[in-house]
Design a protein around this ligand. Structure first.
Ligand code: DX5
Ligand code: ZN
Length: 210
């Protein structure tokens, strides 16, 4: 059974509470919360106050993905806002210190890699990680197409010995989902494929059946 992390970035900003409730009502495993600083990626999204506000209305497992240059400056704020797990990029500043800080706060510890970053770059950190988030598009925007070479990266992480959770994020659909799971992914992140679906419940049920 695969897990589904619905990315609220694709939810209706005018009705963010409803979007969040859809995530929990349909039985999604995580509410994926994308944070962008406009420098690490050419876009901006939400701040910690948005997560804190949403959390007052939606009891989900908040899976926060920090696409920012210096995560050390934001980890405390997102922990306080209510993130359950925090994922930082290996390409960001103070990567190892960030992992240690997240661990010390008692949250799930995640590392992400951009499409051009090799799987081997995370080998020295495997024992410090609960999860690896494989970016299957260039981070920054929802609604892109999955880059097929990233399927091999999932396989490679498993071949290199990573036994924790692997999430895959960007351009994930019901069509390519089984392939990603077969390669070794445990959790599929879906923005557009979930929120723009005619029947999000059917999407969640299908992913849980993979
Ligand atoms: C992209 C984000 C993704 C995004 C996925 O930078 O990290 O989480 O929301 O959206 P879709 O599923 O539409 O590609
Ligand atoms: Zn993400």
């Amino acid at each position: 059974m695969s897990k589904l992390a619905a990315s609220i970035l694709a939810g209706d900003v005018l009705h963010l509470g409803d979007a969040g409730r859809l995530v929990t009502d349909t039985g999604c495993d995580y509410l994926h919360f994308d944070i962008m600083d406009g420098v690490f990626v050419p876009n901006l999204s939400f701040g910690p106050h948005v997560l804190a506000g949403l959390k007052t209305a939606v009891r989900a497992v908040y899976d926060t993905h920090l696409m920012v240059c210096d995560p050390m400056t934001l980890i405390d704020a997102f922990a306080k806002a209510g993130s359950h797990r925090l994922t930082v990029h290996v390409e960001a500043k103070n990567f190892e210190e960030s992992l240690a800080k997240i661990r010390k706060l008692g949250l799930g510890v995640g590392a992400s890699l951009k499409p051009a970053t090799p799987a081997s770059s995370l080998v020295p950190y495997f024992d410090k990680l609960d999860l690896i988030l494989v970016m299957s598009v260039e981070p920054g925007f929802g609604g892109q197409k999955l880059i097929p070479s990233q399927v091999d990266k999932i396989r490679e992480l498993r071949a290199l010995g990573f036994q924790g959770e692997i999430e895959v994020d960007g351009g994930v659909t019901l069509e390519n989902g089984p392939l990603l799971v077969h390669a070794g992914a445990d959790t599929l992140v879906m923005g557009t494929s979930f929120f723009a679906a005619d029947d999000p419940q059917a999407v969640a049920d299908a992913v849980h059946g993979f």
